[in-house]
Ligand binder design. Structure first.
Ligand code: FCB
Length: 457
């Protein structure tokens, strides 16, 4: 094969390229104690000392549960094709299994109908981290039965919404909620235990496989994907200890879910450790064919040896001269381009970028100014260079079919509470007023231009 220069990345987007925005239930809905919703592990985490900065909770969040029509109107203003949201399991099945909650199910009926009337395609994610607390009390993901409880919940949603929803996502970011939930206690349920972490990895993989089967059976024409966060893991400094730390973190972060789900095997160190929890036939149960690969990406990770942590690795710092988001994450668009190409070559599936975006501290640059506007040039700069990196990857052969910005709204940013803002629409958490930021206008322009260009050529 001769080495040809890649085609021009400024060429038109492929026909049918999907432009979208993403959110998740716990981060925006609020109405935590309304209409029969059960408690989730995040309700409990928020009430645990040290669980969330300031003791913030998702009790009200963006109050999207009551303001949904206004939020769909904001999406219409952006001109997006698709909206990715998650269903709150404890809102529709308050105790996780058994009795269902009609009022909760109705909310998503109304949301889906409103989206479709507005010409926006619903992309439904079944799990964005808010496990019903009643299931945690039975062992949560460390219990093998959890895969079956998840499959029943997936079937409920498939039967209820499958007539109108064709884009389905089994899970959001498997490695984040398992690693931070069971090994490094930065998320619910905040357990630190190697065996529980390994079991959680395996049972979530089994749940994914069971979910794919249920969706295929119950939703004719379903297009099914899973969302993986993948980021290069770079040793903070190049020492043998840091290299070993980075290699194990890379398995837990980047490979422990994609590899078994798509290639049918665990990566080597994980395969050995997880073996006692694997039963005959499990790998075939996990590796069920999906239609596309969902990628969430923000920037690379720097790893270091940390003997105080249960797996011997911890989070290191980016090199001192790297540009960072307000959240402290490194800005490194080449790593995004390379990740897209790695995924293309390793997994050979169409890719959808299901999250990418830029955070900034509350009270900082993202406030409403005296002119009533929110000027966020840092976010526009970030989105510009990350979109260019994606185009570059596409020009080099990555089959990227869509891009969803994180996030539509400023929202409850997990352990950081309301201290970090990722929205392209500002939310005043006192009045709950929404104000599109400059980046919202920038995104609407990008979408308009991209569409005009693809149609025009
Ligand atoms: C991702 C999560 C999403 C949000 C962004 C900033 O890891 O999927 O909910 O918190 O990070």
């Amino acid at each position: 094969m001769t080495d040809r220069p890649p085609p021009d990345p400024s060429g038109p987007y492929p026909p049918g390229f999907v432009w979208g925005a993403s959110t998740s239930a716990y981060q925006i809905e609020g109405a935590a104690a309304e209409d029969g919703r059960g408690a989730s592990i995040w309700d409990v985490r928020c009430r645990t000392r040290g669980g969330v900065v300031n003791g913030d909770t998702g009790d009200v969040a963006c109050d999207h549960y009551h303001r949904m029509p206004e939020d769909v109107a904001l999406m219409t203003g952006l001109g997006i094709d698709a909206y990715r949201f998650s269903v709150s399991w404890p809102r529709v099945v308050p105790r996780g299994k058994g009795a269902v909650n009609e009022a909760g199910l109705d909310f998503y009926d109304r949301l889906i109908d409103r989206l479709l009337e507005s010409g926006i395609e619903p992309w439904l994610c079944l799990y964005h981290w808010d496990l019903p607390q009643s299931l945690q009390d039975l062992g949560g993901w460390a219990a093998r039965d959890c895969a079956g409880w998840y499959a029943d919940y997936a079937a409920l949603c498939a039967r209820r919404y499958g007539d109108r929803v064709k884009r389905w996502i089994t899970f959001n970011e498997f490695s984040v909620f398992t690693l931070f939930g069971y090994a490094i206690p930065w998320a619910a349920p905040g357990i630190v235990d190697r065996a529980q972490h390994l079991r959680a990895i395996h049972h979530v993989n089994l749940a994914h496989g069971a979910g794919v089967d249920v969706l295929r059976d119950l939703v004719p024409g379903a297009s099914i994907g899973a969302i993986h966060n993948r980021q290069a893991v770079i040793p903070e400094t190049d020492t043998p200890e840091n290299r070993a730390a980075a290699s194990l973190l890379d398995e837990h972060w980047n490979l422990a879910f994609c590899d078994p789900q798509i290639l049918g095997h665990y990566p080597p160190q994980t395969a050995e450790a997880i073996e006692p929890h694997v039963q005959p036939g499990d790998m075939a149960r996990i590796a069920r064919p999906v239609d596309w690969f969902g990628l969430n990406h923000y920037g690379p990770i720097f790893a270091k040896a940390d003997p105080a942590r249960i797996w011997g690795y911890g989070w290191g710092d980016a090199p001192p001269d790297s540009p960072t988001h307000g959240v402290g994450w490194a800005i490194f668009p080449d790593a995004f381009r390379d990740e897209l190409l790695t995924i293309q070559h390793r997994y050979r599936l169409p890719i959808v970028v299901t999250e990418n975006g830029c955070g900034s501290p509350n009270g900082g640059v993202d406030g409403v100014g005296p002119d009533g506007a929110v000027h966020d040039p840092h976010r526009i700069a970030y989105l510009t260079i990350y979109n260019a990196a994606m185009r570059d990857a596409m020009a080099r052969g990555a089959d990227v079919r869509g891009y969803f910005v994180w996030s539509l709204l400023d929202n409850f940013e997990w352990g950081s509470g309301y201290g970090q803002r990722f929205g392209i629409v500002h939310v005043d958490f006192q009045t709950l007023a929404r104000t599109p930021k400059d980046s919202a206008r920038w995104y609407a322009d990008l979408i308009r231009t991209a569409k005009a260009y693809s149609v025009g050529v």
